[in-house]
Write a protein that binds this ligand. Structure first.
Ligand SMILES: CC(C)(COP(=O)(O)OP(=O)(O)OC[C@H]1O[C@@H](n2cnc3c(N)ncnc32)[C@H](O)[C@@H]1OP(=O)(O)O)[C@@H](O)C(=O)NCCC(=O)NCCS
Length: 183
């Protein structure tokens, strides 16, 4: 369990499947993600089952701890397509419970992922792609130190229009420098 001030990153549990099915079948959420097909229970079960065999991806649930020891599942995140030779990986995140978006939880979860990616996994670079219309995500990533590295013009077709995709990245040395300044 990775503990933050307000959110923790924990393991993915089978019991989360109902929430995952709700989130990843909601076009309001999936418009920001690469998935656009209906998510079936079968596919979701298979995804969870296969996690244990995946060497190139590390997934977490995003939970808010309650005072009674229980926790509220609000999203998931992870470092994907890890390239062990060149030491980089791609960050992915979704705060699936919509009423918990825009309250700083996503930014804190990404901060925890960066700390984990650089300090535990010893990656040198973390990167991500986001759609140019995803202002919330762009703001949140910039806040933790990602910088825009490029833009693929008209790279995605979403809601009846082409949109640019923004490529962002942060290096371990940049993250360590920010951490030093913050202290
Ligand atoms: C993107 C996401 C992870 C961000 O997490 P979050 O908890 O909602 O975001 P946060 O509250 O931590 O930060 C969002 C920032 O964007 C700002 N923001 C939100 N809506 C905005 C808007 N329309 N215009 C400008 N800024 C906006 C917020 O004010 C906040 O900045 P602040 O803290 O300086 O005020 C989350 O919204 C999410 O899961 N979205 C849907 C799925 C998704 O987009 N995943 C990422 C794909 S790359």
């Amino acid at each position: 369990m990775l503990r933050g001030e307000r959110v923790n990153l924990g393991p993915i549990k089978r019991e989360y499947i109902e929430s995952f099915l709700k989130w990843f079948n909601d076009p309001e959420l999936t418009q920001y993600l690469t998935s656009y097909r209906p998510m079936t229970r079968m596919a979701e079960e298979e995804w969870i089952e296969n996690l244990k065999n995946r060497e190139d991806t590390i997934n977490f649930s995003i939970v808010i701890p309650n005072e009674d020891g229980s926790e509220k599942l609000i999203g998931n995140c992870g470092i994907h397509e890890i390239n062990w030779k060149n030491r980089f990986g791609e960050i992915g995140i979704a705060i699936g419970e919509k009423e918990y978006q825009n309250k700083g939880y996503g930014t804190e979860a990404v901060e925890l992922l960066l700390e984990y990616g650089f300090e535990t996994v010893n990656l040198n670079r973390l990167e991500l792609c986001t759609y140019a219309f995803n202002v919330k995500a762009l703001n949140s990533y910039k806040k933790v130190g990602f910088i825009e590295e490029g833009r693929k013009r008209q790279h995605v077709w979403v809601n009846g229009k082409y949109h640019d995709e923004i490529i962002m990245g942060i290096l371990a040395e940049e993250w360590r420098e920010r951490k030093k300044i913050k202290k």
